[in-house]
Design a protein around this ligand. Structure first.
Ligand SMILES: [Zn+2]
Length: 263
């Protein structure tokens, strides 16, 4: 559901309970100048860090979440998972494409512009995760590996997971070549339903692919919120690496366990 609070646009999923703060942020409501306009969270490019600090501050207050303690990772399109175990190390940014934690008031997030963000919540054990899934991460099974890592670290069972898939570039706007088709085919066996031939390439649906992985990992279909929204078709709302010609910002998707209210 698209919401706007204090000028900050974000998608909120009805699948998560009130004890979990979360959001798939849009590009709307920040201070960054073109081509990073305007709610950019990516420090790696030329957008001054003062802008990103201000964007973080605005989003914190709009979503009532402690985003000054946001943990993101140095995303490398791999299958590494960062486990946040210690409040004193929230600033660590190892190479990884998923972040998980059991700490409260410690938001974990991923940055995207076309790739798929996935947010996970295990209510039985009180744990959360954020996953960055492009075609490479998807071919490596990053979402399944993140659930496995939550299982090892927290005892998470797939059947207890609630999850939401965020905006990503849809098959309407995402054509890939033979190399990608071959990689996906070798991981999934078949490509029925999520890869269609189009001209010299293939239209790929990474959201459907991740949906299929979640279900194969025993996540219940009714516990998955999947309402596809294409970043390229909705480029005024979302950063899109392809639509914006490669130089653009990154939107934040995060999830955070709220501290329990005592008394
Ligand atoms: Zn599209």
């Amino acid at each position: 559901m698209l919401k706007n609070n204090r000028g900050i646009g974000y998608i909120s999923s009805p699948i998560f309970p009130e004890t979990v703060a979360h959001g798939f942020l849009t590009r709307v409501g920040g201070v960054s100048a073109p081509p990073f306009d305007s709610l950019n969270f990516d420090l790696r490019d030329a957008d001054p860090s003062t802008n990103i600090d201000e964007n973080r501050k605005r989003a914190s207050s709009a979503l009532d979440a402690a985003l000054e303690d946001l943990v993101t990772v140095n995303q490398v399109h791999g299958d590494g998972i960062h486990i946040v175990t210690d409040r004193t190390r929230l600033r660590d940014r190892p190479d990884a494409d998923a972040v998980i934690t059991k700490l409260t008031e410690a938001p974990v997030g991923v940055l995207t512009a076309d790739c798929l963000p996935v947010l996970l919540f295990d209510g039985a054990n009180g744990a959360v995760g954020a996953v960055h899934a492009g075609w490479k991460g998807t071919a490596k099974g990053i979402v399944i590996k993140t659930i496995d890592a939550m299982g090892r670290a927290y005892g998470t069972k797939a059947r207890d997971i609630l999850c939401a898939l965020g905006p990503y570039i849809g098959p309407c706007c995402y054509t890939v070549g033979e190399d990608v088709e071959a990689a996906i085919r070798s991981s999934f066996g078949d490509t029925e339903g999520f890869m269609e031939r189009s001209g010299n390439g293939y239209r790929l649906d990474i959201g459907l692919l991740n949906m299929r992985q979640l279900i194969s990992a025993d996540v219940l279909k009714q516990n998955i919120d999947f309402e596809p929204s294409c970043t390229s078709c909705n480029n005024r709302l979302f950063f899109s690496y392809r639509k914006d010609g490669g130089r653009t910002g990154r939107q934040l998707s995060f999830i955070m366990l709220r501290a329990r209210m005592e008394g």
